[in-house]
Design a protein around this ligand. Sequence first.
Ligand code: GLU
Length: 419
Amino acid sequence: MNELDNHTFRLAVAQFDQAAERMNLDLNLRERLKLPERSLIVSVPVRMDNGTVKVFTGYRVKHDSSRGPSKGGIRYHPDVNLGEVAALAMWMTWKCALAGLPYGGAKGGVQVAPEQLSRGELQRLTRRYAAEIFPLIGPDKDVPAPDVGTDAQVMAWIMDTYSQQMGFAVPGVVTGKPLSIGGSLGREEATGRGVVDVTLEAMKHLGVAVPTATVAVQGFGNVGSHTARIMQEAGAKVIAVSNKTGGLYNPKGLNIPDLLTRYRATGRQSLCDVKMGDAITNEELLALDCTILVPAALSEQITQDNAAKVRCRILAEGANGPTTLEADQILIDKGIFIIPDILANSGGVIVSYFEWVQDVQRFFWKAKDIQDRLHEIITDAFHRTLQFATTRQVTMRMAALMSGIDKVAQAHLARGLYP
Ligand code: GLU
C-alpha cells in the first residue's frame, strides 16, 4: 500500500517475509498479516500559548487484534509518519504473541517535537489527539502506552480525556500511567529491567561472567537510562551512554545514579556537560569495543555503513527496529549474539499487561510480584527462542519472529475469515 511505504515499514515487512518464507506460512495469511487491520490519520488542532492555532498530524494503527485487544505505545517525534507507525504496530503484534500476552499489536504517534511545546500546549495536544482516536481505543479494544517522547503524564491526560467522555474513571484504557490513577509499580523501569534480564541469560548461555562485562548504551531516555542503571546494579561496567546530542565514555565505568542526578540538573539536555568522562559521538559509541551494546534510541541506527565497525559480543536491542536487514547479516557474519527487539524490549509491554490486569481486576500487586513475574515471562521467552533457534537452525531474530507469527497465524486459522 503506497501510503504506508517508507523505509521502516519496508524493514518490518522484509523481516516478516523472511520469517513467513522460512516457516512456509499459508499464502493467504501472508497477504493479511502484511497490512494493518485499521489505520487512522487525524488532524490535531492546538491553541498555542500565543493565541494562534497549529494543526499537527497524528496516527493510530492497529496491526492485528486476532488474539485480543491491540496494544502499543504512542510516540511524539517530528519524524513520525504512517509507515513508521505501521511498522511499529506490526512489531508489537509479534512481540505480544512471542511473550504469550493476550494482545494484538498497535502503535500511535503525533508528528511533533514535544520539547518545543509548553506544558499547557502539550496537554491540549494530547487531549485533542485522544479525542480524535477515541473511536478506536478502550480497555477491550486498543490500549496505548508511553513510547519515545511520551510519559506517564501524557498517559494520565489520555486516561482523563477518555474517562470524561465515558462519564466514569477507566484506568484500563492506557498503561504506563501514574500510580495515583491505577498505574503499576515497576512499569517505568520495566523495559530496561527486561533488557537486563534477557542479557544476563544470554551471558550465562555464552559463558560470559558479569563482572568482566562492559556495556555501552545508545539512548538515555526511559529505556536506556534504566537499562544502564540496572546493568550496573547487576555488576557489569557501563562504559558509555549517549543521547541525541552525543555521548560520554569512561573506560573505568560510569557511576549511573550520579550521572542521572547530574543529567537531570542539565534539564536532560547534554550528557557531555555532565563531565564524567570523554565526549563521544553516537557513531563512536556504536563502534566501541564492549561486551554488550544496547541500542535504546530510534530505529535503523545500525546500518550497512556502520555494522562492520560494531565490536560487541552481545547486541541487546532495547529500541524497536534498530538494525537494518543488511546490517543484521553483517553482525551475524561477525558472530555477534543478537537479542532481537521483539524479545529484548518486551519487558515494557509485559508489565503493561500486568498494569491492565490490575486495573481490570481493581486489585494491585507488590513490586516484588511484578519483578518476579516479569523475570519469569521474559526469561521463558528467551529460552524458548534460543531453543527454537538451535533446533530449527535459524538466528535468534528469525526464531523470535517465527514463534510470534506462528501464534498469530494459529489464531487467524482458528477464527477463519469473516464473512
Ligand atoms: N512502547 C513500548 C514498546 O514499544 C511499550 C508498549 C506497551 O506497553 O503497550 O514495546
